[in-house]
Write a protein that binds this ligand. Structure first.
Ligand code: HEM
Ligand code: HEM
Length: 241
């Protein structure tokens, strides 16, 4: 349970609850940095493709980590606690039309869908990148393991479909956050930076907080290293370094 006293800057009737543990927050901001670097290096091409691949392996590692953390991580990061059921989605949609707006703890049902779409499209982008071939100077480490037809299809998806889909989802993601800030006054970015979401005391009492101590952080680091090891093994299996 959350026993932290309200900070000096909290309104007297609100209380902070830890929703995003440090591993989830680091996952998010590292992912953002790597995706920006991937889009820039992908567009620059040439000698930047070595960095493109390294950043791509970084995203691959983060995605594997997030899958594991979605099972063993903090309460609000676990898939079972935010994957929306059909009933919750219907309720969320009818709330959009009829109101009143209820601030969700962690991802709201629609937000959860956009998170899943982002993770899926990122996964496809990494998978297609691994087997892509620019037919000039650079190819993904697994491109020699698939037929040239599959490599061409993957390269087309990676350059034409996946890139645009990802950029569109990220733009929607940011617009949704800005909308929640100005329409409902919800400070989602603050929560993704500091980890805490502010809520009424009554709601805080009923809300489980995400465990975020040293033990959980060491646990997360150990899983991250395992995920990096898996990515390294996949790349080496393809003959990359
Ligand atoms: C390349 C760009 C980005 C990607 C790929 C991305 C991806 C994601 C993902 C996967 C999540 C789910 C986190 C989790 O449960 O593990 C998330 C949540 C979130 N992101 Fe981003 N993000 C990006 C950019 C941004 C930017 C620029 C902002 C700030 C304006 C932002 C703010 C947030 C916030 C506040 C949440 C939590 C949403 C909620 O409360 O439901 N993201 N993002
Ligand atoms: C989320 C991860 C990734 C993103 C967002 C991404 C993004 C991009 C972008 C924007 C381009 C330029 C497309 C264009 O020319 O318009 C590109 C090209 C390319 N990427 Fe990625 N990439 C990712 C992961 C990877 C990975 C893991 C690899 C493999 C090591 C890879 C290999 C390639 C190759 C070979 C090209 C050149 C394709 C060509 O010009 O024919 N990418 N990528």
């Amino acid at each position: 349970m959350n026993s932290a006293p309200p900070s000096a800057r909290e309104a007297p009737h609100t209380q902070p609850v830890r929703v995003w543990d440090l591993p989830t927050r680091l996952f998010h901001w590292l992912l953002l940095g790597l995706v920006v670097a991937l889009i820039i290096t992908g567009q620059l091409g040439g000698g930047w493709m070595e960095w493109h691949a390294r950043c791509g392996y970084g995203v691959f590692t983060l995605l594997l980590f997030r899958l594991v953390w979605g099972v063993v991580g903090g309460h609000h990061s676990r898939f079972v606690h935010f994957l929306p059921s059909a009933a919750r989605l219907r309720a969320a949609l009818s709330q959009v039309w009829r109101g009143p707006h209820v601030t969700a703890v962690g991802h709201n049902p629609m937000g959860a869908l956009s998170v899943l779409a982002l993770l899926l499209v990122l996964g496809l982008q990494v998978a297609s990148g691994l087997v892509s071939d620019d037919e000039i100077a650079f190819s993904g480490p697994l491109s020699a393991r698939v037929s040239t037809d599959w490599a061409s299809l993957a390269t087309w998806y990676h350059k034409v479909v996946g890139k645009r889909l990802l950029i569109a989802l990220v733009v929607l993601h940011v617009l949704a956050i800005v909308y929640h800030r100005f329409r409902f006054g919800e400070r989602l970015v603050t929560a993704m930076v500091k980890g805490d979401q502010s809520m009424s005391r009554e709601q805080a009492v009923q809300t489980p907080s995400s465990r975020d101590g040293l033990r959980e952080r060491v646990h997360a680091l150990a899983w991250l290293l395992v995920c990096a090891g898996v990515v390294r093994a996949v790349v080496q299996w393809g003959g990359g370094t």
